[in-house]
Design a protein around this ligand. Structure first.
Ligand SMILES: CC(C)(COP(=O)(O)OP(=O)(O)OC[C@H]1O[C@@H](n2cnc3c(N)ncnc32)[C@H](O)[C@@H]1OP(=O)(O)O)[C@@H](O)C(=O)NCCC(=O)NCCS
Length: 342
């Protein structure tokens, strides 16, 4: 038999999300508090971004792993999974606790998972969808049966709270999913990841990596914070999130009417609205959490799933669409199969 990409895809073990859990820190940073720090107003932030508040991880010595491990611990409890039963853990993050070791390694230790493969994926705001795509390959190849994928970011560690154009946008949080061979007919049907490194000038952190290691000067010049050219990023984000969703719809012969939920990355409410409008999807079928969490980078999509879990029915058709620094963009088409333990 000749194997085409279609038959190869058909013969693979299908992966499914079988559980979801999230964690956000207690501290609520409201627009009014930001307006006391920089020259902005609640009205400007709400009208231009849709964000009313975001969560911030406070507490000395607490990094991204603190939130990721809380989300993973909750996921293990909720899915009645023993740490020993997990055979791969992937952490998507742009704000790792350390340059090394990976945050995935730390999370495993914190939740009592030992002697398995664990690693970080860095694809900025597309990181969760990238990590989920990797998990799907491990399941398809038969190389893992119970994979934890966690997206977590402590963006407050990288934000300059004197820069009004970025400090209003970001927040901290973590979301985790369990990925297993699909227990029934539903699961992850298609994935798509893309990147274009020419996007670097528009969204990056200038210092702290190998190109510009930290010095007293890089700190005094405030080069360790997120640098963003917002208007340029905005345009590409709408174009690429729409493109990835359209590609998935075309590849899977879907029309807007067939899709039950769009799960978009939460960067700006106007980006979400424009993407949904271009796809022809009504806003009551779009998952939105940006008003209360802001942009939590790799955590936005799993936090959406966590928030909307009680509204999801088996078989619901979901399109995830993400966009982030790099540039990176990515999407997933799946039919919902979670055990319904919301
Ligand atoms: C950052 C963003 C909210 C700015 O909104 P915008 O409508 O594009 O605004 P602009 O960047 O064109 O700036 C317009 C004006 O608002 C000002 N402004 C920016 N932030 C402001 C704030 N918090 N409060 C008040 N004014 C602000 C700018 O300084 C600028 O003033 P100027 O005209 O005097 O120079 C928007 O560009 C955005 O969301 N971009 C994409 C961000 C994103 O998706 N990032 C993550 C990708 S994963």
């Amino acid at each position: 038999m000749i194997h085409t990409p279609q038959t190869r895809r058909r013969n693979r073990v299908r992966a499914a999300i079988t559980g979801v859990h999230g964690y956000v820190p207690d501290y609520v940073l409201r627009n009014a508090e930001i307006a006391a720090l920089v020259d902005t107003t609640d009205l400007w932030i709400v009208e231009r971004t849709g964000i009313k508040e975001r969560r911030i991880l406070k507490g000395e010595g607490l990094g991204t792993s603190h939130m990721a491990s809380a989300a993973v611990k909750g996921l293990l409890e909720k899915t009645a999974t023993r740490p020993a039963d997990v055979d791969l853990l992937i952490c998507a993050t742009t704000t790792p606790d350390f340059v090394f070791p990976s945050t995935a390694n730390l999370v495993c230790d914190m939740v009592g998972i030992r002697n398995i493969g664990s690693f970080d994926v860095q694809a900025a705001c597309s990181g969760f969808v990238y990590a989920l795509t990797i998990a799907v390959q491990f399941i398809a190849a038969g190389n893992a049966r119970r994979i934890v994928v966690v997206g977590a970011d402590k963006m407050s560690a990288l934000i300059d709270y004197t820069d009004r154009a970025t400090c209003v946008l970001f927040g901290d949080g973590a979301g985790a999913v369990m990925v297993e061979p699909a227990p029934g007919p539903h699961g992850i049907i298609d994935t798509l990841i893309r990147s274009d490194g020419a996007g670097m000038p528009f969204l990056h952190q200038k210092a702290g990596g190998s190109r510009m290691p930290p010095t007293a000067e890089t700190v005094s010049r405030r080069l360790h914070y997120v640098h963003q050219e917002g208007a340029a990023v905005y345009k590409v984000a709408v174009a690429k999130m729409t493109e990835v969703a359209a590609d998935l719809m075309a590849r899977n012969r879907l029309t807007a009417e067939n899709i039950d939920w769009l799960v978009p990355h939460q960067a700006n409410r106007r980006i979400i609205d424009a993407t949904a409008e271009r796809m022809g999807i009504a806003l009551d079928r779009v998952m939105i959490t940006i008003h209360k969490y802001g942009n939590t980078t790799a955590a936005t999509i799993p936090l959406c799933l966590w928030d909307y879990e009680s509204q999801l029915k088996p078989g619901d058709k979901l399109i995830m669409a993400a966009f982030g620094g790099g540039f990176t963009w990515a999407g997933v088409y799946l039919t919902w199969s979670s055990s319904g333990n919301a």
